[in-house]
Each structure stands twice: as structure tokens, then as C-alpha cells.
Write a protein that binds this ligand. Structure first.
Ligand code: COA
Length: 268
């Protein structure tokens, strides 16, 4: 990352959650150098250019903003995931504590969320037609009733809103889709976002807080925070990635030049 790009990453404060937004169109070949070996191998396996661009953008942006907070090079940052279910090397990305991280991509949009200490989950979805059987698998009975009562033209948006809220919650707890989303009951799409109930043995003991986000045209997004509310700040990930592409010194940097060591919240 260039000095200019690094300066664009403000220090994360306790209780805050930074949201970094970008698009598939922000992908460029230099971002590949920011990924770890596994991330590059996954990029190579993605056949569709659009899927590859989303993957590259999300991983490069997540690694860049997390590394800037930690004062470490993005390319060597460890985000090793450990599956809550089977212990395998997949699932929620785990940066060094107390940094917490979540990202999501769908359609054209990429969002990366960062916090200190508070577990977070973020989800973005493109608003699109959905199959009735999908709604049957994702929504609980009262939610299906609410969705069916919406005018047909509004149902894709209603379903996407339910989906982003549920997936954000399941990503915040680290369960992902190992917990069936129909076990969660959330408020109606037009109502303020809130978890109403969670059935089954995985029901979390701490409160979960939900925030619907502005994801731009054709997309919806939600952030969930596990245990404590967070204060959201919005950031331009597209500009950050463009600065990396324009750099003449290579995409890597070792620390956050805008912050002294004492100011860097996570540096040792
Ligand atoms: C990840 C998941 C929650 C959402 O996927 P999605 O809507 O297709 O994708 P999104 O772009 O919103 O999010 C993907 C990111 O969520 C993160 N993620 C993956 N599993 C996660 C989990 N259990 N908790 C929190 N975050 C998770 C990863 O960073 C992933 O990024 P990557 O695919 O680039 O590595 C869902 O696909 C899932 O739970 N998959 C795993 C199922 C599973 O665990 N099976 C059993 C294994 S034993």
C-alpha cells in the first residue's frame, strides 16, 4: 500500500466499526500481490471473471485495511479461519486479536467491516428474484407470511432484506449457514432491524445488534454486532484500491504512516 493509501485508513477506535465499500470493477492485477497463497489459489480456481474480480477485491481490501490497523504488511497477514463446527480451515476470518473482521460480496458490491473486540458479521446481497423453495428454507413461518403480504414487485427486496439480516447475524456468531437461517426470526423488512428470536441449541447468550446499511442501487446490506452495539463509520474502499494500483513503489507497506506507534491501537 502507498503512503497515500495508508493515510486513508483511520485508526480504529474501541466501540467503532469501519465499513469499507468497493466494487468488482475496482479489481486490478496488482491486488493479487496482497493476497495470501490460499487466496491466490482460490482466485485461480474461479472461472468466471466477475466472481474472480469480487474475490480479489474483497480479499485485497480486507487485508489492506486490517494490515493498516495492525501495522503489518498485508501480504503476510494471517487471517486463518477455524470452523466453529468441524475445526477445519474455513469459516470466519480471524485476524490477530482484538481486531475483528468480516466481509461480503454480491452482485457488484464488496463490503469489509472492521471492529476492535466486538464480533461482527456483514452481509451484502444483490436484490434478485428468488425461488419459493429458497424462501421456505431461509424464512420462518411468520416471516413467510409477511413476505407473502408484500406487493409482488417488492418481494425480491423484502426477501433480500430478511436474508442480509439473518446472514449478518450468523456471520457475527461465526455459525454461518451451519445454523439453518429459518431458526432465526427477525423484524419485517420495513421495520427497524432487530432479532426477535433464535431457536435451537446454538442460540447465543449475548445480545445481537443489527444495522441496515446503504449498499447503493440494487443491493442491500446489514451489519450485526455480537455482545455490544457499535458506532458505524463509512469509508471509500474503491479510492484505497485505486491508490494501490497507481502506486509506483508496489502495493506493500509495512505500517500505517499516518499513525505513530503509540497511536496505532493494535501495534505492539
Ligand atoms: C459464508 C456464508 C455464511 C455466506 O456466504 P455467501 O453469502 O456466499 O458469501 P459472502 O460474500 O456474504 O461471505 C463470504 C465470506 O464470509 C466469511 N465466512 C465464511 N464462513 C463464515 C462463518 N462461518 N462465519 C462468519 N463468516 C464466514 C468468509 O470471509 C467468506 O469470504 P470468502 O468466501 O471470500 O472466503 C455461507 O456460505 C456459509 O456459512 N458457508 C459455510 C458453510 C459451512 O460452514 N459448512 C460446514 C463446514 S464444516
Amino acid at each position: 500500500m502507498t503512503a497515500g493509501a495508508a493515510q486513508a485508513v483511520p485508526a480504529l477506535r474501541p466501540g467503532a466499526c469501519q465499513l469499507w465499500w468497493a466494487s468488482a470493477g475496482d479489481a486490478h492485477p496488482r491486488l493479487r500481490e496482497l493476497l495470501d497463497e490460499g487466496g491466490r489459489a482460490r482466485a485461480d480456481r474461479l472461472r468466471q471473471p466477475a466472481a474472480r474480480a469480487l474475490h480479489l477485491t474483497a480479499h485485497a481490501l480486507a487485508r489492506t485495511v486490517a494490515a493498516a490497523q495492525l501495522g503489518t504488511p498485508a501480504a503476510t497477514l494471517s487471517l486463518a479461519a477455524v470452523c466453529k463446527r468441524c475445526g477445519g480451515p474455513h469459516g470466519k476470518p480471524q485476524p490477530p486479536l482484538p481486531l475483528r473482521l468480516s466481509w461480503s460480496h454480491s452482485g457488484d458490491r464488496v463490503v469489509v467491516a472492521l471492529s476492535l473486540g466486538t464480533e461482527i458479521g456483514v452481509d451484502v446481497e444483490r436484490i434478485a428474484p428468488f425461488a419459493p423453495e429458497t424462501a421456505g428454507r431461509v424464512l420462518c413461518a411468520p416471516e413467510r407470511t409477511v413476505l407473502a403480504a408484500l406487493p409482488a414487485v417488492r418481494r425480491p427486496e423484502g426477501f433480500a432484506r430478511y436474508w442480509t439480516r439473518k446472514e449478518a447475524l450468523l456471520k457475527a456468531t461465526g455459525d454461518g449457514l451451519t445454523v439453518p437461517p429459518e431458526l432465526l426470526h427477525v423484524t419485517a423488512p420495513d421495520a427497524p432491524p432487530r432479532l426477535l428470536s433464535w431457536s435451537g441449541p446454538e442460540r447465543p447468550r449475548l445480545p445481537l445488534h443489527l444495522y441496515d446499511l446503504d449498499a447503493g442501487p440494487g443491493h442491500l446490506a446489514t451489519l450485526a454486532a455480537f455482545g455490544a452495539p457499535v458506532r458505524l463509520t463509512q469509508h471509500d474502499g474503491s479510492a484505497l484500491l485505486a491508490a494501490i494500483g497507481a502506486s509506483t513503489s508496489g502495493p506493500e507497506t509495512s505500517c500505517h504512516p499516518a499513525l505513530t506507534a503509540a497511536e496505532r491501537p493494535l501495534a505492539s
